[in-house]
Design a protein. Sequence first.
Length: 112
Amino acid sequence: MKKLLSFFALLAGMFAMQAVLADGNFETGKQKAQVCAACHGANGISTSDQFPILAGQYYDYLVQALHEYKDGARKNPIMGNMAAGLSDQDIKDLATYFSTLPGPLHTLPRPD
């Protein structure tokens, strides 16, 4: 039982550390993410396998993916349109929000 509690404490610390390393604003990202819930679910946990779970995803991955949708490197008409109007700060805010949410992905911060 102690090992399990230690694991969850370590995991929570890693999520907190990831939030500190992010360049965006959690609260602003939360507000901007309301439109994302239609496909990606409340709190970034999609209930459909057609849409990826964003909660707990790596911050850097989310930033890269949104930039690639925005500039057309990733081809998806829905996400391309959604990302087209995002500023760099919008992308950082959204990535901060989703990356710091607990999710079923159990991702860990990347080592430096």
